[in-house]
Design a protein. Structure first.
Lengths: 110, 119
C-alpha cells in the first residue's frame, strides 16, 4: 500500500520559521513534491526533490531523505498570505502520477 | 507559466443527469492529464490518469463507467460524471504535466477546479 503522513495543522506568527514534515511509505517512489492551496483555489507547485538534500526557492526550502522516507517543507519569514494548506505528494515512477498527503493547514497570526 | 483551464467552474445538476467537465492546457501540450477529486478540508484524491489517444487508467475504487474520461487531443481531456447523485457532489480538479526538456517531473499545473453540486 501507500501512505503519506503530515501534521493536520500548524500555527505560527508572522516573521517566524515553520517546518512541515512528511513521511511516506510506498513502492515506486520517484520524488517528493510540495504544493500550496488556498481555500477554494487550485494547488500551486512549490518545490520538488528527487535526490537527497535541500532545495531552496526563495523563502521556501524542501528537504528529502530517501533512506528515511522523510521530507519537509521549510517556510521562512512567514507572511499572513502564507496561511493556506500545504500538501506533500509522492511522484511515482510509472506514469509519473502524484499521490497527495492529507495536507497541513498553516495559520499565520500577526 | 503554463496555464490549465477548466470549465465549468460551477455546475448544479439534478440527480440522474450527466455532467461534462473540460480541462485544457492552453500553452503547452499535455500527453498526460490527471483528474483529482477533493472534499472540503480533505486531500486531493487521484481518480484517474488520462492519456492522449488511449484509455484512462483509473485508481482503485473509482468506477470507470461512472466517471468517463476522454483525452482526444494533446490539449483537452474531459471528465463526464454519469447519472450523478448527491454523493458525487465535490470539487473536481484536473492537472497536467509539461513534457520535454524543460519539464519538471514533480510539477503539475492545475486547473481552477469545478465545483459540482448534485441536487
Amino acid at each position: 500500500g501507500q501512505s503519506l503522513e503530515q501534521p493536520s495543522e500548524v500555527t505560527a506568527v508572522e516573521g517566524a520559521i515553520v517546518q512541515i514534515n512528511c513521511t511516506y511509505q510506498t513502492s515506486g517512489f520517484y520524488g517528493l513534491s510540495w504544493y500550496q492551496q488556498h481555500d477554494g483555489g487550485a494547488p500551486t507547485f512549490l518545490s520538488y526533490n528527487a535526490l537527497d538534500g535541500l532545495e531552496e526557492t526563495g523563502r521556501f526550502s524542501s528537504f528529502l531523505s530517501r533512506s528515511d522516507s522523510y521530507g519537509y517543507l521549510l517556510l521562512q519569514e512567514l507572511q499572513m498570505k502564507d496561511s493556506a494548506s500545504y500538501f506533500c505528494a509522492v511522484v511515482y515512477n510509472q506514469g509519473g502520477k502524484l499521490i497527495f498527503g492529507q495536507g497541513t493547514e498553516l495559520s499565520v497570526k500577526p | 507559466g503554463a496555464v490549465v483551464s477548466q470549465h465549468p467552474s460551477w455546475v448544479i445538476c439534478k440527480s440522474g443527469t450527466s455532467v461534462k467537465i473540460e480541462c485544457r492546457s492552453l500553452d503547452f501540450q499535455a500527453t498526460t492529464m490527471f483528474w483529482y477529486r477533493q472534499f472540503p478540508k480533505q486531500s486531493l484524491m487521484l481518480m484517474a490518469t488520462s492519456n492522449e489517444g488511449s484509455k484512462a487508467t483509473y485508481e482503485q475504487g473509482v468506477e470507470k463507467d461512472k466517471f468517463l474520461i476522454n483525452h482526444a487531443s494533446l490539449t483537452l481531456s474531459t471528465l463526464t460524471v454519469t447519472s450523478a447523485h448527491p454523493e458525487d457532489s465535490s470539487f473536481y480538479i484536473c492537472s497536467a504535466r509539461m513534457t520535454g526538456a524543460l519539464a519538471n517531473t514533480g510539477e503539475l499545473f492545475f486547473g481552477e477546479g469545478s465545483r459540482l453540486t448534485v441536487l
